[in-house]
Design a protein around this ligand. Structure first.
Ligand code: SAM
Ligand code: SF4
Length: 292
């Protein structure tokens, strides 16, 4: 497998074969995101993808159960190319059970439900999408390029096509003053979408991003850990879903909290209330250990 530039994948794809089908992200303009600053967006030549997959030794092919399509929003590729890639994977890898990818709402909105369903039928099963916030002001402030209702529409299309969704949101994005509004709007959007997986990250300032510039200029201040934990509490309190795995154990977070929603909501809220009441008893992840 050949890789170009920084390649990332969700933590739950640690054991997957990572196959780069695009370089970078077609939106590439979220003010907090430094992930693909090293490479402009382009589709990877299909011949190279074929070479990498067909060139795997037989024992490596047999060992692959899951594939993650990188980089930032593989679903943006034309429909025919995506179908060719899925067909290649299921032909060459005898034990593959799941193919997943990052997707932007913009990429999903460019496809009809029928096209997404065709991808599902060809073996695409799970999409990771950065909701970040349900609050339009916050989304616009970071140039996410979509509104909350467009994100909901995109997720509805994926669900109608039978695709599972894993959504990420970011604590701290709205600053201290609008922290709880961001939490409530995000909880409301998640409730409306009803995804199978919810992952919560905490805002990190990445060098070279417009966010880093704003922080340096003193225009924006990243809220401290206790504001973020109060925000997390409000987010969990707001979420009403039919059944989701909720995780805030990402390395960017100060305190890991997780469980199934709705079953573990009371336990998670009690843990956060306890921490917020007696902060001196809580050991937070040290600032220097936080990472993306
Ligand atoms: C590399 S993006 C790919 C997802 C997809 N492109 C999208 O935006 O829907 C993965 C996720 O990492 C998170 N992320 C990226 N930069 C971050 C930062 N500086 N602080 C916190 N989370 C960040 C966001 O939730 C983002 O959606
Ligand atoms: S968060 Fe996603 S959409 Fe935004 S620039 Fe990063 S990879 Fe692209």
């Amino acid at each position: 497998m050949r890789y170009h530039g920084t390649v990332i994948r969700p933590p739950s794809e640690a054991d997957s074969l990572i196959l780069q089908v695009t370089y970078g992200c077609s939106h590439g303009a979220c003010d907090f995101c430094g992930t693909y600053l090293d490479k402009p967006f382009r589709a990877r030549p299909f011949a190279q993808i074929v070479e990498d997959v067909t060139g795997l030794p037989a024992h490596a092919k047999a060992a692959v159960n899951r594939v993650f399509l990188a980089d930032g929003d593989a679903v943006i590729l034309p429909q025919r190319r995506l179908l060719e890639i899925l067909e290649l994977l299921y032909r060459e890898l005898p034990h593959v059970e799941r193919v997943s990818a990052y997707a932007t709402a913009q990429a999903l909105l460019r496809k009809e439900v029928g096209q997404l369903a065709a991808l599902r039928d060809q073996g695409l099963s799970l999409l990771y999408l950065g909701l970040e916030s349900g609050d339009d002001g916050t989304l616009a402030a970071y140039n996410k390029g979509v509104t909350g209702s467009q994100q909901i529409e995109a997720c509805d299309r994926a669900h109608a096509a039978g695709l599972a969704l894993s959504l990420t949101t970011i604590l701290g994005m709205a600053g201290e003053r609008r922290s709880l509004e961001h939490a409530r709007a995000t909880g409301a959007a998640l409730s409306r979408i009803d995804p199978a997986f919810i992952g919560v990250l905490s805002l990190m300032v990445v060098d070279g991003t417009p966010l880093a510039h704003r922080v340096r200029q003193g225009v924006f201040a990243v809220p401290g850990p206790w504001v973020m934990l109060r925000e997390l509490r409000e987010l969990i309190a707001t979420i009403e879903v039919s059944g989701a795995l909720f995780r805030s154990n990402h390395a960017s977070n100060y305190l890991p909290v997780g469980g199934r929603l709705p079953e573990d909501k009371g336990r998670m809220l009690a843990a956060l209330d306890g921490a917020l009441k007696t902060p001196q008893m809580v050991s937070l992840r040290p600032e220097s250990w936080r990472a993306l």
